[in-house]
Design a protein around this ligand. Structure first.
Ligand code: AHR
Length: 319
């Protein structure tokens, strides 16, 4: 650790939530480990579990890191508090997967003033890019656009409902923008759009509400992630409708359970969102701490899958 700021109290709740590991000198080169605080969003989805695993694997002691991991249960205040606690502990670098786009200016300024570099992974922020060293993530707008292109080509004229991701998050905002621009000029008719917070439970509850209100009028669902789509499957089946037939379903992520639903014909199309960002983030942390120039933005490419693709790829998908 670069520095410990004396006399700074960490609240009991935060201290309990953080699972730090002591340095043991087992990093490559045998030198002191690099202490990294990682503020994860929470554990809302299968995508998130795969992303956490990728980060923990990349930031291992064998790779020269001492990782302090915090998951904020999708609450931005808790995530900001975790980042403040990392600053107070004097970590060498901070990695954040920001829950929402706005609200980061103050804490990022505090990290900058403390001389601690911040790397963003997965989601973006609206704060000035002077306040962080680099961002590694996905083109969420393109993901939404690809989903919308599929819908316009394969379900034109349908009555659409949308399960949105966490309100104010980059993927929810950008996927909505991309999808809407792709269906512009089609005859898809938007019935309703509400947040399911990227969770299965949220997707199920919101879809139940849509089905109560619109019944079999609905024949197209766009879910901003697989998990909400998977939750919606229960609601659709309970309403006596057949997912994939009565209601066409397009989602984003391509995690294992989503790909299984696609292979089974319950989903009709999935746009990929790659969660395996850990290695690239770890490489950037080392480069930034070594004083090297790094790219401000790294976008990891995504694919898109049909039922045939899912059947072929499922046995070898890593997550
Ligand atoms: O930010 C990426 C999104 O966050 C994933 O698509 C979703 O599953 C997760 O919760």
């Amino acid at each position: 650790m670069k520095k410990i700021l004396a006399g700074v109290a960490i609240t009991g709740a935060i201290a309990l939530a953080l699972t730090g590991c002591a340095s043991d000198g087992t990093g490559d080169g045998g030198d002191e480990l690099i202490t990294v605080g990682f503020a994860q969003t929470g554990s809302e989805s299968g995508w998130r579990s795969a992303n956490t695993e990728s980060m923990k694997e990349a930031f291992s002691k064998d790779n020269g890191f001492d990782l302090i991991f915090n998951a904020a249960d999708n609450k931005q205040e808790a995530q900001i508090a975790a980042v403040r606690s990392f600053i107070n502990q004097g970590v060498d670098a901070i990695v954040i997967a920001p829950i929402t786009v706005d609200g980061w200016d103050d804490v990022l300024t505090e990290a900058k003033d403390a001389g601690i570099p911040v790397i963003l992974e997965d989601r973006t922020v609206s704060a000035s890019d002077d306040l962080y060293a680099s961002w590694v993530g996905l083109d969420f707008e393109k993901e939404g656009h690809t989903a919308g292109e599929w819908a316009a080509a394969n379900a034109d004229g349908s009555n659409l409902v949308v399960l949105e991701g966490t309100t104010g998050s980059a993927p929810a905002l950008d996927r909505a923008a991309g999808f809407n621009s792709a269906i512009e000029g089609s005859s898809i008719n938007l019935l309703d759009s509400q947040t399911g917070d990227f969770t299965r439970d949220g997707g199920k509850k919101v879809m139940e509400g849509f089905l109560q209100k619109y019944g079999s009028e609905i024949n197209l669902l766009f879910a901003h992630n697989d998990d909400m789509g998977l939750g919606a499957l229960d609601a659709i089946t309970a309403a006596g409708l057949t997912p994939g037939e009565d209601i066409k379903i397009v989602t984003i992520d391509a995690v294992h359970d989503g790909m299984q639903a696609l292979a089974d014909g319950k989903f009709n199309y999935i746009v990929e969102c790659n969660p395996l960002l850990g290695e690239k983030v770890a490489e950037l942390v080392k480069a930034v701490l070594a004083g090297e120039e790094v790219d401000k933005t790294t976008i990891v490419p995504d694919g898109a899958f049909t039922q045939e693709d899912a059947i072929e790829l499922l046995p070898t998908r890593p997550y």
